[in-house]
Design a protein around this ligand. Structure first.
Ligand code: ASP
Ligand code: MG
Length: 443
């Protein structure tokens, strides 16, 4: 079995969905299971509608009209989504009356994007000769905890999915399944988090022991840098799981950070492909990519902007055992997520983007030493398994950044880790990334 996930831009409208139809049809013999996002922009529009409703602006028609235009463009029967549209109106009315948008209501409203898109897509497939059926993923065993906005499947997931697939999915019909959403045990709708359809796909693939997960998107796989910043960005043919995970975390727009975990745990290759150029081989992410072995070059450059850096200094740290423990105890209790850390004898610096949590933790941190906070910082990461083995890479990286006139405020690189991270100012991103990419990939 092959799990194929198509993102919002791949299912944006009739012309994109027709490409998807051809891609799926040509892989019919591999027993595809198709996971879809909402049409591009619909989730954002639903969220905006709900937020406006909580401020008493009742206007569900804009998003409904947008969805209807896409459905009409596909030639779907006019009543295909009538029930969904009514439910959206009722829900938005409810939100506007109570003037409150709880995480639960937000998941409920966000879920309509995928629920509507799979119905339209399956209907289009059928009318164009491909037997297909739409499924809400909760009917296939996707039952989650009640952590709205970041829900995860409850124990017994694999067996449930296998059982539901056997009971409900005809092997002769392509299932077209909602990404992103789920239901808790009480039947309330949850979501796995924004951009989470990738994760749905890899969870289903792991549960069903699929041969491969394909993430169909709008770039030629994973690139050596963000193509919107670096024109010369190139495709990366193969990557190891841990590198791809670092890259996803440090800002590659292509993959959702948690996507790889289930695939990695079950050792299922993840292939990132371009819906607009289906013959391009894309990027394969797996345990030990063949082409990889002794490659000396890093894999890619990524960045994550708008981070906050906290520096705590105190001479009490000097030659003291156990000083960092209380610092991390405070951070842990306040749920401050730390990405990069760097320490010296008298100070520790760390980066986070959980700003609100940090503000709450500050009074306690201030009791431990002198605290300085700086916003608008970027984590710039060079990712590659070869980094720790290759003498001189760090020097080249820092030299390149320096030659772009960019000041590096923090550096971190652990033994055998697949990344070298630096902290720079947000405004220096372009200069640093372009120069670094040039040095590492174009010389
Ligand atoms: N439609 C959801 C979002 O826009 C999930 C996804 O596209 O992966 O966040
Ligand atoms: Mg996406």
């Amino acid at each position: 079995m092959l799990v194929m996930k198509f993102g919002g831009s791949s299912v944006a409208d009739q012309s994109q969905i027709h490409k998807v139809l051809q891609i799926v049809a040509s892989r019919r013999d591999r027993r595809p299971l198709v996971v879809c996002s909402a049409h591009k922009g619909i989730t954002d529009a639903l969220v905006a509608t709900a937020k406006a409703a909580a401020e008493r602006v009742y206007d569900p028609e804009a998003v409904i009209t947008r969805q209807r235009e896409i459905a009409d463009g596909l030639g779907c029967p006019p009543d295909l989504l009538t029930g969904m549209f009514d439910e959206i109106r009722d829900l938005v009315r409810g939100i506007s009356l109570v003037k409150e948008l709880s995480p639960r209501s937000l998941d409920y409203i966000s879920s309509f994007g995928e629920r509507m898109s799979v119905r339209c897509i399956a209907d289009y497939f059928r009318r164009h000769g491909l037997a297909a059926e739409a499924h809400d993923v909760w009917d296939l065993g996707f039952i989650t905890d009640s952590n709205f906005g970041a829900a995860r499947p409850t124990p017994g997931f694999d067996q449930r999915v296998q059982q539901c697939m056997a009971d409900r999915v005809d092997p002769a019909v392509v299932p077209v399944i909602t990404g992103f959403v789920g239901k808790n045990e009480r039947g309330e709708i949850t979501t796995v988090g924004r951009n989470g359809s990738d994760l749905t796909a890899s969870l289903l693939a792991a549960a069903l022991r699929a041969t491969e997960v394909q993430i169909w998107t709008d770039t030629d796989g994973v690139m050596t840098a963000d193509p919107s910043v670096v024109e010369q960005a190139k495709n990366i043919p193969a990557m190891a799981f841990d590198e791809a995970a670092e890259l996803a975390y440090f800002g590659s727009r292509v993959l959702h950070p948690s996507t790889l975990l289930p695939a990695m745990a079950s050792n299922i290759p993840v292939r990132v492909l371009n819906t607009n150029r289906p013959n391009h081989p894309g990027t394969v992410i797996q345990q030990q990519p063949k082409a990889y072995g002794d490659s000396a070059t890093p894999t890619s450059v990524a960045y994550k902007e708008n981070q906050t850096i906290v520096t705590l200094s105190t001479t009490r740290m000097f030659a003291q055992a156990g000083f960092l423990a209380p610092v991390f105890d405070v951070l842990g209790r306040h749920h401050v997520v730390v990405d990069v850390i760097s320490t010296s004898e008298v100070s520790v610096s760390l980066s986070t983007n959980t700003r609100q949590a940090l503000v709450a933790a500050l009074p306690e941190l201030e009791q431990l030493g002198d605290v300085q906070v700086h916003h608008h910082k970027t984590i710039l990461a060079v990712v590659g398994q070869s980094l720790a083995r290759q003498p001189g890479v760090a020097a080249r990286v820092l030299q390149a950044v320096a030659s772009a006139g960019v000041n590096v405020e923090m550096i971190s690189h652990a033994t055998s880790s697949p990344n070298l991270t630096m902290v720079i100012d947000d405004r220096d991103i372009r200069a640093a990334v372009v120069r670094l990419h040039d040095e590492l990939f174009c010389s």
